[in-house]
Design a protein around this ligand. Sequence first.
Ligand code: COA
Ligand code: ADP
Length: 561
Amino acid sequence: MTSKGRDAGDTQDPLFCQEAEEVYRNPTELKMSQIVLPCHANHCGELSVGQLLKWMDSTACLSAERHAGCSCITASVDDIHFEHTIGVGKVVNIIAKVNRAFTSSMEVGILVNCEDLYTDRQWKVCHAFATFVARRTEAGKVQLKQVFPRTQMEQMEYSLAAERRRMRLIHAETITDLLSSSTAQLGECQEYQDAVPAERTRVESVELVLPPHANHQVSTFGGQIMAWMENVATIAASRLCNAHSTLRSIDMFHFRGPSHIGDRLVLKAIVNNTFKHSMEVGVCVEAYQGGEPLRHINSAFMTFEVLGGDGKQCTLPRIRPEPVDGKRRYLEAVARKKIRLDRKYIISCHHTEVPVSVPWDPSNQIYLSCNNVSALKLMDTRNNWVLTFEKNKVEMHVSVPAEQTFHLLSDLRRRKEWDRHYEECEVITQVDEEDTLYRVAAPSVSKGGKGQDFILLASRRKPCDARDPYLIALRSVTLPTHLPTEDYTRGEVLCAGFTILEESSTVTKITYYNQATPGVLPYISTDIAGLSSSFSSTFSACSLFLEGNKDSLAALPPSAL
Ligand code: COA
Ligand code: ADP
């Protein structure tokens, strides 16, 4: 296990506001600390991930119940990436808090640290976001009280939680669409001489749900089901090369339906595909009672690797899938791997590590759009701006309803009516109601010089509730059909856009942001980025444009234009 010292980077996760802990503690925050004993560990002396998932689920559930004031169930757990394994004798510290409540569901942020008591060192193991739902009562669905973020960190998580929720609720559909488009391109499975038959890794196991596996409402704990799933997946992974395998990541868990005491759970796992150093294991859980038909409770995909004695990843053998379903899963595993890599690459908190212009591809649209909006939300909530970035922010109030303002500003083609830097603006693709690709051309800043052009992804979002603003986020992307030309210098925008907040039915606050990294400043049009001296006159023109069009029927959503 790699261990790192107790420094700001390790212990201060964006999830939690450590510096404010002394003066303020989030009322939903709960902590759990456990010493890892041999009974929690596998034969290699490492904490079993299943046990960790149970502790994470229990801490998060208690945090959700503290906010809800009633019993809650796990609806889903977003992707988890485990950065380290945890040895026997170490202490596991888990902190959970409710980031945001929606109607009957809540997002709970979970942070897991490992502590070495003898060296006083701590390091981060993983963080996760789980959704808990307040159990329905006889009166129907529970309406949860809102969360009121107090600190800047809480505000940030509150704001990002709405975007994560959007991703979660379309997750299954997104994956199905991406799989059907990408597996069609992958063709047939390749046959390898020395491949291991997938059948050799198949596991089937049954569990009887007993009272210790369930909560006081007789529902099986989500963490217990995850632990059983991890158990069969580990067996399948280890069978592949008859060696101990280490779980690196889990794709989103979604609990499709509840399970109760007395249920028999049938867990099935098999290696779907292997890559050079990692393999995907799929697990499916079904429940039954007596002679009733099987109920599908959960399916998950886990990525394992095998470490050699030197701690390096071993090269894994190829797999020979079974006919029909095996072959389909083999190809889907290749597609899921690409999706995971795209997602990891795009959804990164470290903006400096992501190139300014990310290639646009229909297969990464959903993540790029989420990243675009999240980046703007981060700018919106980061008051203590770190001056490693050039920044710009302008606020103004207009007497135009927020929704109308949103529609008027959403269509970038109309921006030339108030911004002389938008000399030309064409829609390249109207991807869907929320995302549009534009090419924008700006005039030359020097006489006789070249103009600049930009390929921009504009992502729009309506508020999740009355406390959210409308958002229009802009970022550069690259498109093979729109490569830079000799006539224009290609400009790039890392993150820019508007937040539009309804202050009253007639007064709207508009905030314009722009962010540019120092490394790319020479290539950024200062004017389009809004850094020039003409900035304030541009925004007076914007205000006049909005007020002049406040009753205009032309302010239709771009999809309707
Ligand atoms: N991820 C996150 N939240 C989800 C979700 C998912 N995949 N699917 C539904 N939800 C949320 C909805 O957004 C909604 O939130 P809101 O009230 O804040 O808007 C809430 O769950 C309830 O949705 P609703 O449409 O009323 O119910 P549903 O029929 O979709 O059921 C569950 C959702 C989670 C209640 C249901 O799937 C279930 O009972 N699952 C099993 C949960 C369980 O027992 N877990 C423990 C382990 S078995
Ligand atoms: P899909 O077949 O689309 O992957 P499922 O929900 O049926 O979705 O299964 C999820 C995963 O569980 C599969 O990818 C596979 O790895 C594993 N699995 C499903 N059925 C079996 C089975 N009968 N035996 C072993 N593993 C299975």
